[in-house]
Design a protein around this ligand. Structure first.
Ligand code: URA
Length: 241
């Protein structure tokens, strides 16, 4: 990460303002290589220097990447005056300033959502040019047939004339209900729902299972989240096939 100002590093990693970070330093709550440090502008290298804040070891990270198993009823936004957002349900221990969802899931869609403070990473996931496929399980009103699959896989035109890029589709059943596993690499508004709607079908339930080769952790209950490991982060940009 290189040399960074101590107050800036603490603000970023401890979810406090620069002002509060300076106060922590002034109050003697921060040590650098076992000695109390009182200079907010001290330049430190978090990869080399040993830093503690209020006695706790401090691991500085430039960015955070959180896997959330999004429940129904929360919106993919950072703030909202009325509705609960995906940021509201992140526990304090993982919160940082500038967290936002890397992409959007509808309020009633569940499953894998990555929350981060890394804008370049989010852009790379979302931009169709980077070919990151997102995999959804859609429970449908009616089973789909080979014709439907062919239309979706050759690039379906939505009701308003919007052309979709070719998807990858597999008909399945979920608890005996008609369903499909669909992979798309764009994120148009209500895209999966509108794609099935264009076939005269209806999405009853939508769940995102995967981004690139990164799968939603099956042990992560709905509404819970955890940090991604470095290996998991790399899977996002690896195509399965
Ligand atoms: N497509 C949709 O229709 N909704 C989502 O939440 C994600 C993809």
């Amino acid at each position: 990460m290189g040399l960074k100002r101590l107050d800036k590093l603490i603000a970023l990693n401890c979810n406090v303002s620069r002002r509060d970070a300076r106060k922590l330093i002034k109050d003697g709550a921060v040590t650098l290589n076992s000695a109390v440090v009182l200079r907010a502008e001290e330049l430190v290298d978090p990869d080399v220097d040993d830093i503690t804040v209020k006695g706790y070891n401090f691991t500085a990270k430039e960015h955070v990447y959180i896997m959330l198993n999004k429940p129904q009823g929360v919106i993919s936004a950072t703030t909202d005056p009325k509705k609960k957002t995906v940021i509201d349900i992140i526990p304090e221990s993982l919160k940082r300033r500038s967290l936002f969802p890397a992409g959007r899931l509808d309020r009633d869609t569940t499953g894998l959502l990555i929350i981060t403070d890394d804008g370049a990473f989010a852009h790379k996931i979302m931009s169709p040019a980077h070919h990151v496929y997102k995999t959804y399980q859609a429970v449908l009103s009616f089973p789909i047939d080979e014709n439907d699959v062919a239309k979706l896989e050759s690039g379906i035109t939505l009701g308003d004339g919007t052309e979709c890029l070719p998807a990858k589709v597999k008909p399945v059943t979920v608890d005996g209900l008609p369903a499909a596993i669909i992979k798309i690499r764009e994120g148009k508004y209500h895209q999966v729902k509108r794609m099935f709607h264009a076939l005269g079908n209806n999405v009853e339930q939508l769940r995102r299972l995967q981004i690139g080769s990164l799968k939603l952790d099956a042990a992560l209950p709905e509404g819970d989240c955890r940090e991604l490991t470095e290996e998991e982060l790399e899977l996002v940009f690896i195509d399965e096939e």
